[in-house]
Design a protein around this ligand. Structure first.
Ligand code: BDR
Ligand code: CA
Length: 313
């Protein structure tokens, strides 16, 4: 099978960084056409910088990185320095990137790429708030049928929320954008907290990253050590949840994940439940399914894949 062409839309974020590294380490399965940064975990000036730092860490200065939207469609930006640190990528000490940021706006790169590539050949992989993707869809609806599928990290059903009692961070930050994306009619694969809270970096798994011995292996170990404190304190988890790498792992090994094709709607009205992903897991609404909503992961298989691939960089 030829490698799947993807655009990664991201707000790095330590777990975003690991997701990008996994994609870059898997050239047989994944061809990264470009990376678009969005405001999310930290403001855009940092997410675009962090994306370039991650490419340089992987030795891939040739990857094109674009800055997209610096704020959600209709709300003030909410960030997550309390989880990811001031830079968004706290943990390892990485050099300032010197590979260039592309001049073109990230949204226009998404539109132009989808128009230029064969119809149905490009997969979009959002790892942060859905602002850039929604903007692209609004600005150029002709791209909708050209998208092969969207594989995204966001939402929750059984886990309900992490940033509020009812909402997961990526969806909460830009619920209007999420609503546009979930209603666009594009095939969707969703990695919610129900899956990602099972992808925990235990001490043993982190030792395996460190034991790779390369810059990448050590940096990934340091990243996960930094951001594990938040989930350990909050949930009593065994380690950091690798939310976003579930997206790129799915492209390589879809068999590691199990879910249901269900209807998912986004709450955009109520302040109390703003950004909630109302997933019809039990099929009670009669609404047409619009998303493959994952619920389970083979965590050992996932970490074996990740360690093996990171060792290739
Ligand atoms: C999501 O929010 C961010 O903090 C992570 O990078 C991930 O994309 C998890 O809720
Ligand atoms: Ca993210």
């Amino acid at each position: 099978m030829p490698a799947q062409k993807i655009i990664i839309d991201t707000d790095p974020g330590q777990d975003d960084a690991v997701a990008i590294l996994l994609a870059l380490a898997s050239p047989d399965e994944i061809e990264v056409l470009g990376i678009t940064a969005v405001a999310g975990n930290v403001p855009l000036a940092l997410t675009q910088r962090n994306a370039r730092m991650v490419c340089e860490l992987a030795g891939r200065r040739d990857i094109r990185v674009f800055a997209g939207c610096d704020r959600p469609l209709g709300r003030d930006l909410v960030t997550a320095e309390h989880v990811h640190g001031k830079s968004g990528l706290d943990g390892p000490v990485l050099p300032e990137p010197d590979m260039p940021l592309q001049d073109q706006h990230g949204v226009d790169f998404i539109i132009d790429t989808l128009r230029a590539e064969p119809e149905g050949s490009v997969t979009l992989c959002p790892l942060g708030p859905l602002t850039n993707i929604a903007m692209a869809i609004e600005k150029a609806p002709d791209i909708i049928p050209r998208i092969r599928k969207l594989v995204l990290m966001g939402g929750a059903y059984f886990q309900v929320g992490n940033i509020t009692p009812a909402a997961e961070f990526n969806i909460y930050v830009d619920p209007q954008a999420a609503r546009i994306v979930f209603r666009a009619g594009v095939p969707l694969v969703v990695m919610p907290l129900d899956v990602t809270h099972k992808a925990l970096v235990t001490a043993e798994r982190n030792n395996r990253f460190r034991a790779i011995g390369s810059h990448v292996g050590i940096a990934v170990a340091q990243m996960t050590e930094f951001f594990e404190r938040f989930d350990k304190e909050k949930y009593g988890s065994e380690g950091a949840p690798l939310h976003d790498p579930c997206v790129t792992a799915y492209l390589v090994r879809p068999d590691l994940f199990k879910g249901r094709h269900v209807n998912v709607e986004i709450e955009t009205q109520s302040e109390l439940t703003m950004g909630m992903t109302v997933a019809d897991w039990w099929g009670v609404s009669g609404r047409a399914p619009n998303a493959m909503f994952m619920g389970d992961i083979d965590a050992d298989g996932f970490f074996a894949l990740l360690t093996d691939r990171l060792a290739r960089l």
